[in-house]
Design a binder for this molecule. Structure first.
Ligand code: HEC
Length: 128
């Protein structure tokens, strides 16, 4: 490979890396707001809140990957989805604020928050 070719290959790699990082960077703060104001709002009504610190990072990762919510009755994806946000946004400020966020982005944010707040996470989080 000539020097100029390897340089442009290097530049391409750097660009790819930057794009990948920008995409991968989840907003755990937005995930926290969503978890507290949308997920917890319902849990509190339906039998009790679920603290992020009640599971380990590995448990949350497996839980989100399995995507079986409420013992398999529905999915976590449904509750981060636009359809659900639309259905509650009249009475839920977080659902209204994030009404147009892509489902995958919000899911990544939620995952970032749950990992951070997990039992063995950076800052274990209760519900409030
Ligand atoms: C409309 C109400 C509602 C919303 C919104 C909701 N949940 Fe739940 N969730 C429940 C109920 C009800 C249970 C308990 C099911 C049971 O005990 O049989 C539950 C249980 C859970 C559990 C315990 C394990 C399980 O699946 O049974 C986790 C974890 C959980 N929810 C996470 C979430 C997350 C994350 C969100 C937001 C993206 C969310 N929930 C949104 C109603 C809700």
């Amino acid at each position: 490979m000539t020097t100029s070719k390897s340089l442009s290959a290097l530049a391409a790699l750097v660009l790819l890396g930057a794009a990948g990082a920008a995409h991968a960077e989840a907003d755990w703060k937005r995930g926290r707001v969503y978890y507290r104001m949308v997920c917890t709002a319902c849990h509190v009504e339906k039998g009790g809140s679920i603290a992020p610190s009640s599971k380990t990072i590995a448990e949350w990762t497996a839980y989100l990957a399995a995507d079986k919510h409420a013992k398999g009755k529905d999915t976590v994806k449904f509750y981060v989805g636009k359809k659900y946000r639309d259905s509650v946004k009249a009475s839920n400020k977080a659902a209204e604020k994030y009404a147009d966020v892509a489902e995958q982005d919000l899911h990544d944010d939620l995952k970032a928050f749950l990992s951070k707040g997990a039992k063995d996470g950076e800052s274990p989080a209760s519900c409030n």
